[in-house]
Write a protein that binds this ligand. Sequence first.
Ligand code: UT7
Length: 331
Amino acid sequence: MTNIRAAITGVGGYVPDYILTNQELETMVDTSDEWITSRTGIKERRILKGEGRGVSVLGIEAVKDLIAKTKIDPKEIDLVIFATVTADMTFPATANLVATAVGATNAFSFDMSAACSGFIFALTTGASYIQSGMYKKVVVIGGDKMSAIMDYTDRTTCIIFGDGAGCVLLEPATEDVGVIDYILKSDGSGESYLHMKAGGSRYPASLETINARHHFVYQEGAAVFKFAVTHMAEVSAQLAERNHLKADDIAWLVPHQANKRIIDATAQRVGITEDKVMMNIERYGNTTGGTIPLLLWDYEKKLKKGDNLIISAFGGGFTWGAVYVKWAYNS
Ligand code: UT7
């Protein structure tokens, strides 16, 4: 390990304008605002409307926001990583499309697939490229157009997910700020509980897969809930402990926004009070790869240089993990 740290030096974000409220969902499936709010904490989510508009639209707007705020020249960007499970196409990578659209013409780019943990997997990957000394400006995007793979007749999933993307800029720092430590995990036996069955090489699109509704997210909610609560809480506590961070030392818990009850359980396990837990699930729902960068985007102005952040996520795969970041700037 070198003494170069990878610092987050800017944040960008974008959510589409259309707001899908619990009230509108009540007209689509057999559900209620009361059930959704009490079981998940979600009030509304954003939906990207329009023919032929993929997740790249969200990523491009988020990176444009980042470029405008940080005033970097896009030609200086070395690498763009896009964490998503709703890529515009199976190939080419959506990161390629975003990089070109924002003028990052000197960058190489690729997508990462780790579902709801995608952003933390990509963040730590990007950080490694910076820490190696190889690259100086890495843009890490997390985002999904979940509405593209949502069955709006299935009340157990369609009430949860929304569309949105956020991104961060990583740059080298020699001060003690940036990505300090992380624990990342995956377990393929989680496949049966949370997946999208068709559209890949195992079950390519066919009339049968379409009729069987296999191009939509399938989730066994209660089972995933149990895994998420246990693993997200455990890994967050483990990371804090091994970095000698007591609850008072942690300025913010930055949890993946899947369910307010999972977030509360994670906060409780780490001993963090609600005022130090970033939360925007009520407005955006679960945007999969987008939740964590969208939290940083929403809370950026409250963050101070030196703040200790514990970022944690759990998602399909299963995949999960936690990242300890020391914030690098005052807004
Ligand atoms: O981000 C990736 C990882 N994903 C997660 O972390 C999601 C984890 N899971 C969850 O957040 C929760 O399990 C859900 C929000 C998906 C579901 O909440 P739950 O408290 O686990 O409910 P449940 O699945 O155990 O269902 C309880 C009842 C069932 O009815 P019965 O069998 O008790 O009569 C469901 O049919 O609630 C019913 N139900 C609904 N009722 C009204 C399920 N969805 C709805 C709905 N509206 N939308």
